[in-house]
Design a protein around this ligand. Structure first.
Ligand code: UD1
Length: 373
């Protein structure tokens, strides 16, 4: 069986790595081919991850690049269709919730080729978030759905997607985390490489910040409030901040660079996977608007303050180390102070986040393809 596996943007790469490895174990019954849409194209956003995680080079590169949501989604669709015609896959497998995910799922579904969605059923119930639209539609188009937490199947059932199509298998991103934890790059080394060997980056000494959601970085007042809060926090905990290209651009555009111009804040380029893992592992606290980092910090037992009003990953709050703080400075400071006072959440590792999710997925996919043929 030939399966076309799709990646496009940074958060897809660490999810696909263990899936490709698990399919490789099933050769020659399964032949997995990798398509990279090129949604993310900078070395820092992309090649670093392939190298660090040993992801095979893509069999097909679509090189779509940036654009508005409509342009980007349309361009992926236009370029993915001929790739499908050439490969004639038995199924198309997509991960996560980026524009490449929905674009390729839609092309496959219209061609009558079954769609497999890994990380199905997550819902923030916030349709202002582009990823929520991608999640809802991808799940509607999917024939086989794999969930990371119990809320996934509940959400899908409410949308009329249930029964044998849905499988709770755990979290492929945590497969990758566990496989690579021993290779994580220490934060002190990252700071030294950035020219700051003096920066306090030992275990429990520093905070990590990531920001890239349009709702946080595309509005000047919101971004300013967030950066002022970070500056406040840095007075008691030095902050390491790998800056996403979108965020770097808006900080400059709004003239806010001065807010972070202090010795306790270290701006970094987008990090590779092993660097990001090292930063998260030893942090006192991580502040983020990412989805994946909420899960990675839960798996690592590192406290996380989420700079959004909601999460599509409620298990990180119910069982993990995550606190939802939104983007209001007072709320963020309150969450941070609770953390410092030791009132932070201890958390436990959610069920099936055991490093074997991809193995489960590959076995179920093979059985399913056999039953259909
Ligand atoms: C995308 C995903 C988001 C994910 C994030 C992780 C969607 C809808 N969003 O958002 O879910 O959390 O990736 O990073 O798919 N840019 C570069 N170099 C690159 C890629 C992008 O400079 O390699 C610039 C683009 O020009 C653009 C900005 O970064 O201005 C945003 O890129 P884009 O791919 O549109 O979305 P992300 O915000 O990265």
């Amino acid at each position: 069986f030939r399966i076309l596996c799709v990646v496009g943007a940074r958060p897809n790469f660490m999810k696909m790595a263990p899936i490709m490895a698990a399919f490789a174990q099933l050769k020659p019954q399964v032949e997995a081919l990798l398509v990279h849409t090129g949604q993310h194209y900078d070395v820092a956003m992309n090649q670093q991850y392939f190298d660090a995680l040993g992801i095979p080079s893509p069999d097909i590169n679509l090189e779509v690049g940036s654009g508005s949501h409509a342009q980007q989604t349309a361009e992926v669709m236009k370029r993915f269709e001929p790739a499908m015609d050439e490969v004639q896959p038995a199924a198309v497998l997509v991960v996560g919730d980026v524009n490449s995910t929905i674009a390729c799922a839609l092309v496959a579904a219209k061609k009558g080729v079954p769609v497999i969605h890994v990380e199905a059923g997550l819902r923030s119930f916030d349709r202002a978030m582009p990823e929520e639209i991608n999640r809802l539609l991808t799940d509607q188009l999917s024939d086989l759905l794999f969930t990371t937490e119990e809320s996934g199947a509940e959400n899908l059932a409410k949308e009329g997607i249930g029964g044998e199509r849905v499988h709770f298998v755990g979290n492929v991103m945590i497969d990758t985390l566990r496989a690579n934890l021993a290779r994580a790059v220490p934060a002190a080394r990252i700071a030294a490489d950035a020219g700051r060997p003096d920066f306090k980056a030992g275990k429990g000494e520093y905070a990590v910040l990531t920001l890239h959601r349009p709702s946080n970085v595309d509005d000047k007042a919101v971004l300013q409030g967030l950066l002022e809060t970070v500056a406040n926090i840095s007075a008691s905990t030095p902050v390491l901040f790998p800056v996403h290209p979108r965020t770097r651009a808006t900080i400059e555009k709004f003239g806010l660079s001065h807010l972070l111009d202090r010795p306790e804040v270290l701006l970094l380029p987008p990090m590779g996977y092993l660097e990001m893992l090292g930063l998260m592992k030893d942090a006192r606290v991580v502040l983020t608007d990412s989805g994946g980092i909420q899960e990675e910090t839960t798996a690592l037992g590192t406290p996380c303050i989420t700079l959004r009003n909601n999460t599509e990953r409620p298990i990180t709050v119910d069982e993990g180390t995550n606190t939802i703080a939104g983007n209001d400075p007072a709320h963020i400071m309150a969450a941070y102070k609770a953390q410092l006072a030791g009132a932070g959440k201890a958390g436990r590792i959610p069920h099936f986040w055991d490093g074997r999710a991809a193995e489960r997925i590959a076995a179920i996919v093979l059985d399913w393809l056999k039953a259909r043929s």
